[in-house]
Design a protein around this ligand. Sequence first.
Ligand code: AP5
Ligand code: MG
Length: 207
Amino acid sequence: MNVIFIGPPGSGKGTMAARIVKRYEMMHISTGDMLRENMRAGTDLGKLAQGYIDKGQLVPDAVIIGMVEKKLLESYGGALFDGFPRTESQATALLKITDIDAVIELEAPLELVTARMLTRKVCRKCGKVFSTKLYKDNFCDECGGELYHRSDDEIETIKARYMVYLETLGNIKKVFEERHLLYTVDADDTVDSIEKKITEILDRKLV
Ligand code: AP5
Ligand code: MG
């Protein structure tokens, strides 16, 4: 099964993806995580991406599509695409290389996601996401890595990212609505309730 998560920044794509890939044994393909890994490693791709990410803009399609195509070569079983595709051209490129079973749109307003991102910390080593409201330690409970605050989790960048998301959403949704693949889930809910809503949709795909 191949599934896509779309949703504004901070809507919970990464949090839900971590649970869903374990449950259905899928490969987690997060273009945001891949770009941050490149930024940490100081690669040319990472240096190019940093400029866009810190302004809250999208990294060019050709760079993203090339990166995902390479990743898919090492993929096994199903894949969960988190934060990809983000443009119509990314969506059509993906549909040329793989079948998609469902697209889950996590819907959440700007005020909610802003509050979530201002209290988010991420593990430098494994990428696990935490909320400082619930987790007070400075080190990851899974791998011991140091937690950090993402450079794009600042109020102005959050607003810019949200606006970019709204501008591109209509075109991506159109591609998947036409194929009857789109499911919208209210992300203003508890993590457990959202997981339940998503698994109900995905379980129906498996029968
Ligand atoms: P990316 O890393 O994909 O960021 P994003 O889409 O802005 O989404 P986030 O990772 O910020 O949020 P999330 O939805 O994963 O929420 P999370 O689970 O962490 O992309 C970053 C940048 O890279 C982009 O701006 C762009 O520049 C570039 N990029 C990436 N992909 C690209 C592409 N395809 N094309 C072009 N450019 C691309 O949760 C957030 C917080 O909320 C956490 O603290 C979490 O603990 C908490 N939380 C989650 N769910 C709940 C809940 N239900 N209740 C309470 N708290 C919750
Ligand atoms: Mg994420």
